[in-house]
Design a protein around this ligand. Sequence first.
Ligand code: NAD
Ligand code: UGA
Length: 469
Amino acid sequence: MVKICCIGAGYVGGPTMAVIALKCPSIEVAVVDISVPRINAWNSDQLPIYEPGLDEVVKQCRGKNLFFSTDVEKHVAEADIVFVSVNTPTKTRGLGAGKAADLTYWESAARMIADVSKSDKIVVEKSTVPVKTAEAIEKILHHNSKGINFQILSNPEFLAEGTAIKDLFNPDRVLIGGRETPGGQKAIEALKDVYAHWVPEDRIIATNLWSAELSKLAANAFLAQRISSVNAMSALCEATGADVYQVSHAVGKDTRIGPKFLNASVGFGGSCFQKDILNLVYICECNGLPEVANYWKQVISMNDYQKNRFVNRVVSSMFNTVSGKKIAVLGFAFKKDTGDTRETPAIDVCKGLLGDKAFLSIYDPQVSGDQIQRDLSMNKFDWDHPLHLQPMSPTSVKQVSMTWDAYEATKDAHGICILTEWDEFKTLDYQKIYDNMQKPAYVFDGRNVVNVEKLREIGFIVYSIGKPL
Ligand code: NAD
Ligand code: UGA
């Protein structure tokens, strides 16, 4: 029986390994992590992450060929294939701070693999890493190998949160990069065999190591660039009377451009787009390519501009001050169908409104009050370090309250900011909400989920990204 071990039981490691276990009953999969609470949660009925369809997959395999454990060394020692899916956050200090990827967690995992291994292993980069990381990992493994043969592969993950299980069941492609040596090619074949249990062969792409590593950064940069492009257009739409929905529909009908990922928004969030583009920018700078670096940097600048623009719109619409006013925030997660708040645009928008002394009443169906307090009191980039290493903020942000109900959150509010596109926000009883709000009552829709005309008929003053005012 082939044994797989995955180091890192996070948003990628957990769902990816659960699907491998489900699709490959002949493979034993162990997911290990240094976080005791995380592993305990994976072994309980309350999984540590919310992801549609994940519970069913885990329930089907856990205890059969899927195991979650904190005994990292034992499972790594026993495995034939070791996936490393630890976090690769942005460095917060030292060389490259604020841009370069922090490979501390990766390096410590690699050193541990070298220490405990007694048999040959394929080590798979699942985390998103800078180009040439495999070379560094090879150095660590080979210098400590005691004669063991390690083959390094790059197998970046392309799943999106909220649709992780769907994406894993039916991936657009699986990318495997390896050394162009007989040993490297054999390792690629071994990993291909795993995916071939359910992924059609023509969707499994084999490349060299550096192409695989760079393709992941490039894919995220291209995706984020589309959002920044449509968001840039949204500002122009507001200035000219065009409607961004109509523009992106018309543009996306061109089969060369395509309709997906053209939704204007308050800005993109999530744990990876910004981090991976900053990482790409840093790599370009290190390779003496400042023009290329600046090109990609603009994708982030446009995203920051969009978030600021939204805050400015709220404040300027409400007579240039929100001081002392109650603003209801509907949605805090970085997108719908996830409880993940990493780098969510809601953090910047809330901080902007708090800076103008607003009182915030926040509701998100999947995000706890503790998490929101932690996010609002944390420094930029600190969020991406493991949860269990984050200190709980000693003081909570006083102007912020949380509710588990949209009607409660909006009661007596002067304005509403919709920051996540949860489906339930489309079907709220806006007449009831309007009746219970201060007047004039404002809605600032950062996700284009509400029916603008209908809300205006009720009496709301409505601002929707990229729509005529
Ligand atoms: P995560 O923070 O949810 O999970 C990482 C886990 O690794 C944590 O639970 C942490 O405790 C554990 N860990 C860190 N060092 C360890 C060590 N030495 N030994 C054992 N466990 C250790 O992160 P994530 O969202 O799963 O992302 C992991 C990687 O995958 C990142 O590089 C990210 O860029 C990439 N990625 C993420 C997504 C996504 O949707 N979240 C998608 C594609 C790629
Ligand atoms: C993204 C990529 O889609 C995945 O392919 C990739 O594997 C992953 O990053 C990663 O490397 O971490 P994710 O961040 O989970 O996945 O979610 P997306 O659906 O890409 O959304 C990212 C952000 O962009 C969200 O805030 C979303 O609301 C926003 N978005 C997305 C828009 O504002 N407009 C759109 O048209 C699409």
